[in-house]
Design a binder for this molecule. Structure first.
Ligand SMILES: [Mg+2]
Length: 434
C-alpha cells in the first residue's frame, strides 16, 4: 500500500455483467430468448453449470449445480457447452461500447471492468454511467445486461455493482457512507474469504458496522497480513494504490498437426507447454492457484477444465493437474483426435500478496518446497545452457515452435488468442507435413 487519498467524490465506476456466459448465449441465439439457459464447462451430462441466467436462478439453479439436478429443478432448461471465443468477442465489443464514454482502466475478468471517474462531479458521473448502460443495450443487445456501481474506490464500486443485480445501478457516494454498506453481509464482501469469516466470527465481528470500528492493526492481525488493512481502508472509502500488476496469466497453446493429434502425443505436447508456462511463472516470481486446460477436437467439440489448488510454482504440481484435466476431457469427448490444445496458469499471486492460508500451507508442506527447489534448479541449469536440457519426463520437440494462443477461464484472452496461426507458421506446418 503506497498511498492513500481521502476522496470526497465518486472515483470509480465498476461494471459487472449479469450471468454473463448464459446471457451472451441468449443474446446470440433468438431461439433462447425468454428461456432458462445454463452454461457448462463442456458438453457432458456429468458436469455442472458455470453460469446460468436469472430465469434458471429463479428455479433454484446456481453456479456449480450438477447437470442432473438442473434438469430436475428446471426441466425446460437449455444447457450449453461454453464457447469462450464467442464470450471474448462479446467482451471486445463491450469494451468498445464503454469506451465511447470512458477508457476502461482495468479489466478484472471477462465480464468485469473498471473505469476512472476522477474529475467528474457526482451528476456528471451518474450521467456517464447511465449512458454506458444505455449504449450497451443498444450496441450489444438487451440480454447482455451490466450491473454498474459507482463509489470512491474499486472495492466499494464492486460492492455497489453487486447490490441490485441484475441490471443494477447503485451509487455509494462518499457523503452517504457507510449508509447502504451497513446492510451488506460480511460474506458478500470481496476479499473476505471463508477463513477470514471464521476469524472475524471468533473475534465477535458479524456486521460491516463492527468491522468498520476495528483498527488497521486489528485488521492486519485478523487477516494475518496486510490484506486486512487494505480491505478495511477501502471499506472506509479511501482508495489505495497497488503496485501495478502487469501479468495476469502465463499460458501457451498450439494447433496440432495430424501426427500430434492423438491423445498420447497431444498430452506430451501439453506437458511441454505446461512446463514452459511454469518456467515463465517462476521467472516472474509468481505463484498460481489455477490451471486451465482447453482442448478442441477434430469434430469441432471444445472442452475446458479449470483446476484449483494451493498457491504453487512447481512443475510437478502443474503437470499433475494438467494430466488429470486432460484425461477427464479426452474421456468425455466424442472424437479422440485433438486439433488444438492450450494450458494457462492463472490466479496469480506474489508471496507477499497471498493470504495467510498460503503460509500455513507452505510450512506444512515440505514436499512442495522440495519440488519447488528442484524446479528452480532445473530452471537454473536450463537458463545457463540456453536450452531446455532438463525437464520433467521425456522430450520430443513438437512441430511449429512454442508460440501460440492462450485460452483460460477467469481471465480474458485477447481476440488474437483465437485467430488461426499466422501465415508464417502455417507455411512451416505445411512444410513439415509435406
Ligand atoms: Mg458477472
Amino acid at each position: 500500500m503506497r498511498q492513500r487519498e481521502a476522496p470526497t467524490e465518486l472515483q470509480t465506476l465498476y461494471i459487472d455483467f449479469d450471468a454473463f456466459f448464459a446471457n451472451v448465449e441468449k443474446q446470440d441465439n433468438p431461439a433462447l430468448h425468454g428461456r432458462p439457459v445454463g452454461v457448462q464447462p463442456f458438453d457432458s451430462e456429468h458436469s455442472g453449470v458455470i453460469a446460468c441466467c436469472y430465469q434458471a436462478k429463479a428455479a433454484g439453479i446456481k453456479r456449480g449445480t450438477r447437470t442432473k439436478e438442473c434438469r430436475e429443478l428446471c426441466p425446460e432448461i437449455t444447457l450449453l457447452p461454453a464457447r469462450h471465443d464467442v464470450y471474448v468477442d462479446y467482451h471486445a465489443r463491450i469494451i468498445k461500447s464503454i469506451e465511447k464514454h470512458l477508457v476502461v482502466e482495468k479489466v478484472w475478468s471477462i465480464d468485469e471492468m473498471e473505469c476512472d471517474l476522477r474529475g467528474f462531479t457526482r451528476q456528471q458521473a451518474i450521467n456517464i454511467a447511465r449512458r454506458i448502460q444505455e449504449d450497451i443495450a443498444k450496441d450489444i443487445g438487451k440480454y447482455v445486461t451490466p450491473s454498474i456501481g459507482l463509489a470512491s474506490n474499486q472495492l466499494l464500486a464492486k460492492i455497489a455493482s453487486e447490490m441490485e443485480k441484475p441490471n443494477g445501478f447503485v451509487v455509494l457516494h462518499p457523503r452517504d457512507m457507510p449508509g447502504k454498506l451497513l446492510d451488506v453481509p460480511l460474506e458478500d464482501i470481496p476479499g473476505i474469504a471463508k477463513g477470514n469469516l471464521r476469524r472475524l466470527d471468533d473475534a465477535g465481528i458479524w456486521t460491516v458496522e463492527q468491522l468498520l470500528a476495528i483498527s488497521n492493526k486489528q485488521a492486519r492481525a485478523l487477516w494475518g497480513n496486510i490484506e486486512g488493512e487494505r480491505l478495511l481502508t477501502q471499506l472506509k472509502g479511501f482508495s489505495i494504490i497497488r503496485e501495478p500488476t502487469t501479468r495476469r496469466m502465463f499460458g501457451h497453446g498450439r494447433i496440432l498437426t495430424r501426427e500430434w493429434s492423438y491423445p498420447d502425443r497431444a498430452k506430451e505436447c501439453l506437458r511441454l507447454l505446461t512446463c514452459k508456462a511454469a518456467r515463465r511463472l517462476r521467472a516472474n516470481g509468481f505463484y498460481a492457484r489455477k490451471l486451465s486446460v482447453s482442448l478442441s477436437f477434430t469434430d469441432g467439440q471444445r472442452l475446458g477444465i479449470e483446476r484449483q489448488f494451493s498457491p504453487s510454482r512447481d512443475d510437478f504440481r502443474f503437470v499433475g493437474e494438467m494430466s488429470e484435466a486432460f484425461t477427464a476431457m479426452v474421456k468425455a469427448s466424442r472424437s479422440k483426435r485433438i486439433k488444438r490444445i492450450a494450458v494457462t496458469l492463472h490466479g496469480l499471486s506474489k508471496p507477499q500478496e497471498t493470504s495467510g492460508d498460503l503460509f500455513t500451507w507452505r510450512e506444512d508442506d515440505a514436499k512442495s518446497k522440495a519440488r519447488e527447489k528442484l524446479s528452480d534448479i532445473m530452471d537454473g541449469i536450463n537458463a545457463k545452457s540456453g536450452q531446455a536440457l532438463i525437464h520433467l519426463g521425456p522430450r520430443e520437440e513438437p512441430p511449429g515452435g512454442y508460440a501460440g494462443a492462450k485460452i483460460a477461464f477467469g481471465r480474458v484472452p485477447t481476440k488474437e488468442d483465437f485467430v488461426k496461426p499466422t501465415m508464417k507458421r502455417k507455411k512451416k506446418r505445411l512444410q513439415s507435413r509435406a
